[in-house]
Write a protein that binds this ligand. Structure first.
Ligand code: SF4
Length: 466
């Protein structure tokens, strides 16, 4: 069942924020919290909510776990090696706990929502005080209050889902780009993916709540709004409003800003949606459309719900409507049972579409998913060789695509100094292409016209067009 927090639950949530703030204030100067979010943007967005709650409860923030009075790890379950890393980090915290008995350690997020992980945490890491799942983010104030008031600590990982919370404070990491979750969970059960098990079934925020938030962010000066959901294309079923209609309403808000979204599922990406993007003023001409494989046999085994042909039709329509559209994708190499001939079809699809960027992964087995039970005879060495081949082909395509931009002028949102070459500024075009250019500090946070003069495999460079 999908529901929003009741007024009683919201009042209780606020009451616990205040009660915890009173206990925290009694500890002296604002104590320090170390918060780390692993994984995808949805998790980073959850991290901003955790940060918002902690700030309201009286915490300041530190980048160093050893200076912290409270450590919160917001974990990710998508890759096994990420889980190993989290366990390694938690293991290293034992020493911190031994040297500071008042340190509180909380571990939450997708990874913890899996029963076997929660059990392992309880049995092997007894110094972790609070364990909370993805459906109980809003209960952190109560759990923290119990712990700080002398309780033993607690574990709160209900399997129920379907809750949409609107009252949680958010402390955003950026003053320029804002993450706005529009829906939570996923109904698709792609056979390799753990998300539906840890984030629950799809549920969408009300369109008026999303619109109100986006209007407020634009009024505050945010220039990029990233709408988030595991499958934004199936937004709004319970409200009788689809994603295309939501985008159209958001695009009508006055101001200078751009809207991006993540992630689209090809089976739910409609021509209506492509039309809305094409006809908009503020929506990026960029679609991240994870194809995963170019083989229909593997797409079926992955339970993706589309074929290579229907995917290519969507691409064709998007390019007809928006000749400047940028297309990016995700690809898995070495899905269980995948043969070389299947992988060749993926390479062929990559050459046909000519993606601007592809996020490529070797298949990672996730406990509890359907694919984890499939025979997987191809060796990891062979899968790595496939991946290298894919990377090489995509690298060449990316560079050729970027060279094709030379001489064009992009409208770029200037985000700041380039991380690798700080003497340059950097930003992204309306097509989400990374652009490096020279210019003064005063351009940061503004939309700038940049003429493209050079290309690299991952980005282009240019000069401000004044
Ligand atoms: S659409 Fe598939 S890959 Fe994406 S979150 Fe849902 S189950 Fe996972």
């Amino acid at each position: 069942m999908i529901r929003e927090l009741s007024s009683e639950e919201t009042a209780l949530f606020k009451e616990y924020i205040e009660k915890t703030a009173a206990v925290v204030a009694a500890l002296g100067d604002r104590p320090a919290a170390y918060l780390h979010s692993y994984g995808c943007q949805q998790n980073v967005s959850d991290g901003e909510k955790l940060k918002g709650m902690l700030y309201e409860m009286g915490y300041d923030f530190t980048d160093s776990p050893s200076d912290a009075d409270l450590i919160v790890l917001n974990t990710c379950a998508v890759r096994e090696n990420a889980e190993d890393k989290v366990f390694g980090n938690i293991g290293a915290m034992k020493k911190l706990k031994e040297s500071n008995k008042n340190l509180v350690i909380a571990v939450g997020g997708c990874m913890v929502q899996q029963e076997h992980i929660a059990e392992k945490l309880k049995s092997s890491y007894p110094y972790v005080d609070i364990i909370f799942g993805t459906h109980t983010l809003h209960e952190l104030p109560r759990m923290l209050y119990d712990k700080l008031s002398g309780g033993k600590g607690c574990v709160n990982i209900p399997s129920v889902d379907g809750i949409v919370t609107e009252s949680v404070p958010v402390l955003r990491d950026s003053k320029l780009k804002a993450y706005v979750p529009i829906m939570y969970g996923c109904n698709n059960f792609c056979t390799y993916c753990v998300v539906p098990y840890v984030r629950g079934r799809e549920r969408s925020r009300r369109p008026e709540a999303v619109t109100r938030e986006v209007k407020s962010l634009i009024a505050q000066g945010y220039k990029e709004i990233l709408l988030l959901g595991q499958n934004v294309n199936s937004y709004g079923k319970e409200h009788g409003v689809n994603f295309a209609a939501l985008l159209r309403a958001l695009d009508a808000i006055a101001g200078e800003y751009k809207i991006c979204f993540m992630t689209s599922h090809p089976k739910d990406c409609t021509k209506e949606l492509i039309d809305v993007i094409a006809d908009s003023r503020h929506i990026e001409h960029h679609i991240h459309l994870p194809v995963q494989s170019g083989s229909d046999r593997i797409l079926k085994a992955m339970n993706r719900g589309y074929t290579a042909e229907s995917y290519l039709e969507l691409v064709k329509y998007a390019r007809e409507r928006m000749p400047d559209v940028s297309l990016t994708t995700d690809i898995i190499a070495g899905f269980p049972g995948e043969l070389r001939e299947d992988f060749d079809k993926t390479l062929q699809l990559v050459k046909t579409v000519r993606f601007d960027m592809a996020y490529t992964f070797i298949y990672s087995k996730r406990a509890g998913t359907a694919a984890a039970k499939l025979p997987d005879p191809v060796s990891s060495a062979e899968k790595s060789a496939w991946l290298r081949e894919l990377l090489e082909i995509q690298g060449e395509i990316g560079l050729e695509n970027n060279r094709g931009f030379i001489g064009k002028t992009f409208e770029v949102l200037c985000e700041g100094h380039d991380r690798h070459k700080p003497e340059y500024l950097t930003g992204r075009s309306r097509q989400n292409i990374i652009v490096r250019f020279s210019g003064g500090e005063e351009l940061i946070g503004k939309f700038v016209s940049v003429k493209i003069t050079g290309a690299m495999p991952w980005a282009v460079e240019g000069q401000t067009d004044v």
